[in-house]
Design a protein around this ligand. Structure first.
Ligand code: GLU
Length: 426
């Protein structure tokens, strides 16, 4: 094993996402000169729940799964955030993601707080029946702290509209009536919103369009590399091409990546992944590692996979002009400083990927008055929200001479702090 590989494995082991989220908040608290009591309150979740979920497996045995829900802060409204089904889920990761949801909702000025949840499991090893029973078991345990006015889950890594439908149904059984606004990212037939499926990527592409504008770059014909090819990565490939005319030259997933300097056809790569289970082996493309994809000489890099992807080891080698973060927490604070010094323009995660929760919020509004918007209306309202938030962050970063993530934190933390102060919590 090379020295570099050893070092980055060690970093991975020591990496604590919640410590990283707290360090990011601390930097903003200093710039804002936040009162110590408000700072202390915002450093920790308000409420968290850990549950054991007994599930009957297809072979007749019982398995006990571990589940989490962290409600980070509800000063601005009901808490909101996705549910992940992942084998590496930990309480500290869920805490970090819940904190980032708090800042995400605030930076786009939604009247919502932040939360996150998850189940430790490998969904690839579960049958549809086992997945359904696991989803329903989660709601039986956690449902008592959920609700349209309380805390509203949504899809995230390895969860989808079908999982939301089962959870909605289980919650309806517990309540004795439907409460469509208790969960978002639902199928359209069960009160979902148009555009929700592609909303995270679409919001990110609106930010990218604005970033190119302020930097005086054209996106037409510009090379883009995407790390991570789940919901956000796939839609970023399609929408980057459709809305901005970018050329997608590389994509990767957990098994590896592909590279074609003349450009890939996103539709064909998606079809290939659907049948082959991965992008690797796509005809006509070179294979490339996830690590090498980050170092490609492209104008636009889209980290759309896991946290802690761009760190002190590989940040010096990033060549992109813009990094549009669709993943949560892909860049460490050390890497932020390196990228900033190098002049890489980072559109920070909780701004760049806020399109998902923004359309979730639209879904809650539509559920509340049981009247549904057309495609055009959702897209126009999403564009308006993302564009306004982007410029607020960009202008503050320019004025303070700090990187975009710190500016985004300042905008968001200020809003949450004001609500906390007015409520008399600190
Ligand atoms: N899971 C998405 C996120 O991380 C969406 C959350 C939501 O819609 O509540 O932003």
């Amino acid at each position: 094993m090379s020295r570099l590989a050893t070092t980055s494995n060690e970093t991975q082991q020591r990496f604590n996402p919640f410590a990283m989220a707290q360090a990011q908040l601390d930097a903003a608290a200093e710039v804002l000169q936040l009162e110590p009591s408000i700072h202390a309150l915002l450093r920790e979740p308000l409420r968290e729940m850990q549950v054991s979920l007994p599930v009957r497996m297809d072979d007749g045995s019982m398995r006990i799964f571990k589940g989490f829900r962290v409600q980070y802060n509800d000063a601005r409204g009901p808490t909101k955030g996705g549910l992940r089904f992942h084998p590496d889920e930990t309480i500290d990761l869920v805490r970090a993601l819940a904190a980032w949801m708090t800042w995400k909702c605030a930076v786009v000025d939604l009247p919502l707080g932040g939360a996150k949840g998850g189940i430790v499991c490998n969904p690839r090893e579960l049958s549809p029946g086992e997945l359904e029973r696991l989803s329903r078991a989660y709601v039986r345990q956690v449902g008592r702290i959920l609700g349209a006015e309380v805390d509203v889950p949504a899809p995230d890594m390895y969860t989808n509209a079908q999982v939301m439908a089962w959870m909605l149904d289980e919650f309806s059984v517990l309540q004795g009536h439907n409460e469509f606004g208790m969960i978002t990212g639902k199928p359209l037939a069960l009160g979902g919103s148009k555009v929700r499926e592609e909303a995270t990527a679409r919001g990110g592409m609106y930010c990218l369009r604005e970033a190119a504008r302020v930097l005086g770059l054209k996106t037409e014909g510009t090379a883009m590399a995407i790390q991570g090819f789940g919901n956000a990565g796939q839609h970023a490939a399609l929408l980057g091409q459709e809305l901005l005319g970018v050329v997608v030259v590389a994509v990767s997933d957990s098994r590896g990546g592909i590279y074609a300097p003349e450009g890939l056809d996103p539709r064909k790569v998606i079809a290939h992944k659907r049948t082959a289970g991965s992008v690797i082996g796509f005809p006509g493309a070179q294979s490339i590692s996830n690590e090498d994809l980050l170092r490609l000489d492209v104008d636009i890099l889209v980290p759309a996979a896991l946290e802690n992807t761009i760190n002190a080891h590989n940040a010096p080698e990033v060549k992109a002009r813009i990094s549009a973060e669709l993943a949560n927490g892909p860049t460490t604070p050390e890497a932020d400083e390196i990228l900033h010094a190098k002049g890489v323009y980072v559109i920070p995660d909780f701004l760049c990927n806020a399109g998902g929760v923004t359309v979730s919020y639209f879904e809650m509004v539509q559920n509340a008055y049981s009247y549904y918007w057309d495609d055009k209306t959702v897209k126009a309202r999403l564009d308006a929200k993302m564009t306004a938030a982007f410029h607020e962050v960009h202008e503050l970063a320019t004025r303070l001479g700090v990187h975009n993530r710190l500016a985004a934190y300042c905008v968001a933390v200020q809003r949450v702090a004001e609500a906390v102060r007015l409520r008399g919590w600190a």
